[in-house]
Design a protein around this ligand. Sequence first.
Ligand SMILES: C[S@@+](CC[C@H](N)C(=O)[O-])C[C@H]1O[C@@H](n2cnc3c(N)ncnc32)[C@H](O)[C@@H]1O
Length: 458
Amino acid sequence: MLSKEYITDLKFKKNGEIAKLVRNQHDVGGLIFILENLGHLPIGFNADFLYDLLLHQHAQIRFYAVKNIAKLNGKSDTKKLVSLYQQESDTSVRREIVSAIGRQRKVTNKPVLFSFLKDEDPKIVCQAIRGLLVFEKDKEVEEHLKPLVNHPNEMVRTVIYKEFFAKENKTANVLPHTETYEFLKNVVVHADVLEALKYVPDESVHLTFTSPPYYNARDYSIYQSYQAYLEFLEKVFIETHRITKEGRFLIVNTSPIIIPRVSRSHSSKRYPIPFDLHSYLVKNGWEFIDDIVWLKPEACVKNRIGGFMQHRKPLGYKPNTITEYLMVYRKATEKLLDWNMRSYDYKTVDMSKVDDGYETTNVWKIDPAFDKIHTAVFPVELCKRVIQYYSYKGDLIFDPFAGSGTVGRTAKLLDRLFFLTEKESEYFDYMKSKAKPGIFNENKTKFLTLEQFTKTIK
Ligand SMILES: C[S@@+](CC[C@H](N)C(=O)[O-])C[C@H]1O[C@@H](n2cnc3c(N)ncnc32)[C@H](O)[C@@H]1O
C-alpha cells in the first residue's frame, strides 16, 4: 500500500529501493503519488530513475520528474533538461525545465537561459529572467535583459522596467505621500478643468472620483464629434495622472449613452463610453483594477422596453438600462499597495478602517439621486463607498467635473479634503449656495475664480 511514510522510508534507503518502486509502478496515478510525495532529496540521492521518466508518455509524469530533478539544484543535469526542452510540447513541462535550470544558479547556464529569452511563451521568458537576475550586476546579463523593456508582452516589460529602469526615473521634489499643498485644500475652482490643472503640481491628489459630462446627451456638454469627446477626456485623465500620487486610484463613473434619432428615418445611436474610454486610460499609465457595476431599481430608469412589450418582435428588444459602471484604475507603479498603506501612521490607518457592513461584491445596489438644479448628481451613498474604500482620512480627493459638488461634501463628511473644478457658472453658484454653515461650511471651503486660484499658489 502506497503511503507518504512508505515513500519517505524507501527514499533514505541506499540500495535504490525508491527507484525499484517507481520502475515497477505501471499505474499513472500511483506514479504521480510517489513523485508528488518524494519531498526533500537527501545528499547523494541517485536520481537516474527521474531522468528516465523524462521520456514518459504522460506529460504530468514528465512534469513531476523535472520538478524533482530541480530539487537537486546545482547537481541536476542541464544537458538532459535542455534536450527535453527542445522536444517538449507541453507548456507546464517546458516552464518547469526553465525553472529547474534557473535554480541551479550556475554561471555556465547563462547561454542556455539567454536562449530561453527568445521563447514565444512569455512565462518561459519571465522564468528565464528570474534565473538570470540571480547574477547581480553582471554586465552580460544586463545586456541581454535591458532590451526586453520593449518586449511585446506586458508582464515581461513590467519586470524589466521594475528591475532596471524604475529606480532611475524617480520624480524629484514631490511631497511625502500622505501630504498635499495648502492651496489645494477644500478649494472649488470655477474654470475649465484643463486650465485649472495647469497650476496643480505633480503628485498632489490621493484619489479622483468623477462622472464626466455625457457626450452631447445633456445641454452642458457639446463636442464636435465622439472622437473629440474621447480626446478631451483623454487630456483630462493624462493631467489627472500627472497630479495623482504614486500608486493611487482613479474611479470613473460612466455608462453607454444614447443619442436620440434625428428623425423617424434614422436610428438612435448608442455610444459605449466606458469601453471606449478604457483604452485611452490604460495607454496613458492607468492600470485597470476593477469594474464595479452600479445597479439601480428599474422603476428609476427610463422605460425603453415599452415598444417591445407591445410588438414582441425579435431584433426590436431594448432592455431597460439599470446599470452604470465605476471603472477603477490605479496609477501604474512598480510599488505594491502595501507600500501605499505603510505611508500612513498607525493612528490614521486605525481611524480610516472601513466599518462592518461594507459591500463585498462588485455590484452596488444604490438608488439614484435627483436634484432640482443639476440633472446628474451622484448619490451620497455612492460617494461614501468610493471615498471610504479608496482613501485614508486627511487625503485630498479630486473631482474634475464637480457639478453640484457631491464628491466634495462627502469627502468633508468623511474627514477627507477636496479639490474640485466646475466650468458652468450655474453649477458653481449652486455649489456655493449649498455652502451654508453646517452643510458646506463656508469658513473652510474656498470658492475661487481661476485668477483668484492662481494668486493663492505659493
Ligand atoms: C455628470 S456632471 C457631474 C455631477 C457631479 N458628479 C455631481 O454629483 O453633482 C459633469 C459636470 O462636468 C462639468 N464640466 C463639463 N466640462 C467641463 C470642463 N471642461 N471643466 C470643468 N467642468 C466641466 C459640467 O458642467 C457638469 O456639471
